[in-house]
Design a protein around this ligand. Sequence first.
Ligand code: CUA
Length: 323
Amino acid sequence: MPSILQFFPEQASSFAHDVDALTLWLIGMGAFFTVLIAGLVIVFAIKYRRRSPDQVGENFHESPLLEITWTLIPLVIVLFTFVWGAKVFFRLYRPPAGAIEYHVTGKQWMWKTQHPTGQREINELHLPVGRAVKLTMTSEDVIHSFFVPAFRVKADVVPGRYTSMWFQPTKPGRYHLFCTEYCGAQHSRMIGWVTVLPTDDYQTWLASVPVQQTPIEQGAALYARLGCAECHGEGGGRGPDLNGVFERDVRLASGERVGADETYLRESILDPGAKLVAGFGRTMPSFRGQVDEEQMHTLIRYLKSLPETRAAAAPVAPENVVR
Ligand code: CUA
């Protein structure tokens, strides 16, 4: 098998094989029909060529059977390909529950990563083998794109919103990481390495990197420093209670409902009036310029952790929140 697949990069994630199989199928189908059609064009051009200057083409009659056949066969093939592709797609885009969450920030021209335990790296990411990994990604400036060929994953990294990807590395090794969106003069140098380690080595590696606080602790400190609790704490009342806010269905002053995902929380911190929660005034100032993307990530990690980290979870005013 490896000899025929050397055309592809190394397979180092749980769905690399599926992606390759689908790609081979598409290439195979494309090649088959290209050869078939081009071959028939040539054969027919020779076989039915005009043999004398006064030769006239014969009358011919359409054949329903032939037409139905050449419609049905491609239909079956493309539907089969669609169902197969959709299955692979859904697998690629739905991270399993319990995936370890890492954070990635793209910036001209480097990749900054942070582990859930707080370790930070630049143009490097160390991961344990055999565990599902989810990357939450954003950019500080322009659009970048995170691509690890050996894992068969690629996703745009966009300023102003969060994108994510997941994969499960299947074997230890060092795998090239590329930026695949032209992002300025040094784009071609925006490369790095993902290092997959056996679990024990990963733990050793984690222990070898000094870290003061986890992202959640950093977020909690920032939350306190920015004075968020004055309005959003229990009994604050001027802003919605943020306990368990993540992935809640929030009713807005406009009557709309939105899911409180990472992008919503980020927007509400930078532009509080954009999606005002029903029942609250425009009292919150924007924190634009006061928190960078990495701090924003820690704030959101803290908000996501809230029901557990704040022991006494205050009930949320029912008129403001639809669960
Ligand atoms: Cu970042 Cu290209």
